[in-house]
Design a protein around this ligand. Structure first.
Ligand SMILES: *Cc1c(COP(=O)(O)O)cnc(C)c1O
Length: 449
């Protein structure tokens, strides 16, 4: 029988995270202060992050050791399996070899605990008692709730209102792990009250929820935790790609193409950066493709410029692809991809043409997700259906060209809390919610220059 799963023994779990910053063949633009536009020192992050996290954010060390206690908790689900999607290959009748790394085996069903656990750990080591955060679809909030309870911290989550309504079970999961959860915008913060004053029915956005969580932390002396975008978050996620490299060795293959969906860029960076290192250092030539929704087309239609990470302008400005921090994306089901900006590292890589970016509308991605589910038996998170749609197109192109490409994608989460989205898709009720060109132009022109 042909092999389907490539499993690593626990003893082969990575001992360090890979920091791509020192290997980048260009200079990364530093975060700047909004008023002076001068680079901010690490101190600018001190009100919201503990020292160890800030050090990782600006680290120039190629490898950072994973603390033993973090590895112990990782071992609840890591190493994660690498699957060969043989049944999907048959359905597509493609000569391509399709592999997926499955991060849905984690306690909360996505890649997010890979960074939630170390973030909670470093905060506890620094004497912090409570963490605040935002969440879109709830994957990040539930992951931080899990990590906080594992480390004995309290956890407050601002959940984007549209997701709070669409995903009650995610909220219950956070509460089960002991977190308190509020639908954002709330009237608990100045940022939230400001938005509600202008638009009482605001569906919320990640940018707004980040403003609320940051304000809560700064005002109360708690710390804040971010589930994507920042350098240290992408670094924590590189355990995915490091394991995949070893698993490809077991399979006797090497990917020609690596694909991941991109909201803030963390699961994409996690799977892709170790392969990018191999491109840069070891003469490999793997194509890297980030996939986003056409309703929130940050990498494909955004502007590469300095912008705020949040709607209220409370964070230092970062150079990234952005749709403008006032952009409120349509309420698509892939809540984790509804962010106006993107990781500065991933943005720079796209800008330098070292990573490709594509965008797809909602119905086409659900069709590809359903086809994958029927073939492979795992119902994917709405976010990852974007990557699956791209892989499907690549596999069909390979068939057309008669090429035997090897494709890896990161199946970064399962969709078992997203069945309402699938129900609506099956009923033919899912709209291809699109942004209006005008709303993007307006938000982009509002970016302070
Ligand atoms: C959060 C999330 C995303 C988007 O975030 P990235 O930082 O871009 O990875 C994508 N997929 C799933 C399953 C998520 O939970």
């Amino acid at each position: 029988m042909d092999q389907t799963k490539y499993l690593l023994d626990e003893s082969r779990m990575p001992r360090s995270w890979y920091n791509i910053a020192p290997d980048l063949p260009f200079d990364l633009a530093p975060p700047v202060a909004p008023d002076t536009r001068k680079p901010v020192g690490p101190d600018a992050f001190a009100p919201i992050f503990p020292k160890a996290i800030i050090e990782q954010e600006v680290s120039t060390e190629r490898y950072v050791e994973i603390p033993e206690e973090v590895r112990e908790i990782y071992s609840l689900w890591r190493p994660t399996p690498l699957f060969r999607a043989r049944r999907l290959e048959k359905v597509l009748d493609t000569p391509a070899h399709i592999y997926y790394k499955y991060e849905g085996v984690s306690p909360t069903g996505s890649h997010k605990p890979n960074t939630a656990v170390p973030q909670a750990y470093y905060n506890r080591e620094a004497g912090v008692r409570r963490l605040t955060t935002e969440t879109g679809a709830g994957q990040w909030g539930s992951s931080l709730a899990f990590a906080c309870q594992a480390m004995g911290l309290e956890c407050t989550v601002y959940m984007v209102r549209i997701s709070y309504a669409q995903k009650p079970y995610r909220r219950m999961m956070m509460e089960t792990f002991g977190a308190e959860v509020f639908p954002s915008p709330t009237d608990r913060t100045n940022a939230g009250r400001g938005i509600l004053g202008k638009d009482p029915d605001s569906p919320g956005s990640l940018g707004i929820a980040i403003s609320e969580a940051v304000e809560d932390a700064v005002v109360s002396g708690a710390k804040y935790s971010l589930g994507s975008v920042l350098n240290h978050v992408l670094m924590h996620q590189t355990v995915i790609g490091e394991e995949a490299l070893e698993q490809f060795e077991m399979a006797g293959e090497y990917p020609d193409i690596v694909v991941g969906c991109a909201g803030g860029g963390s699961n994409f960076g996690g799977v892709a950066f170790p392969f990018l290192r191999e491109n840069l250092a070891n003469g490999r030539n793997t194509r890297l493709i980030a996939v986003e929704p056409s309703s929130c087309p940050t990498l494909t239609k955004g502007r590469f410029t300095y912008d705020f990470g949040d709607a209220a302008g409370m964070t230092p400005m970062m150079k990234m692809y952005t749709l403008g921090s006032s952009f409120v994306p349509p309420g698509i089901h892939a809540g984790g991809l509804r962010y106006h900006g993107d990781s500065p590292i991933l943005s720079a890589l796209v800008h330098e043409n070292m990573v490709e970016a594509v965008a797809y509308p909602q119905n086409a991605t659900f069709a590809a997700g359903l086809e994958f589910a029927k073939a492979e038996g795992i119902i994917p998170a709405p976010e990852v259906t974007h990557a699956i749609k791209a892989v499907r197109d690549l596999a069909l192109q390979a068939k057309e060209a008669g090429e035997r490409k090897t494709i890896l994608f990161n199946l970064c989460g399962h969709g078992y809390f997203d069945m309402v989205a699938y129900e609506r898709y099956l009923a033919g009720e899912l709209e291809d919610l699109e942004h209006s060109e005008e709303s993007i132009e307006r938000a982009i022109s509002a970016i302070p220059s």
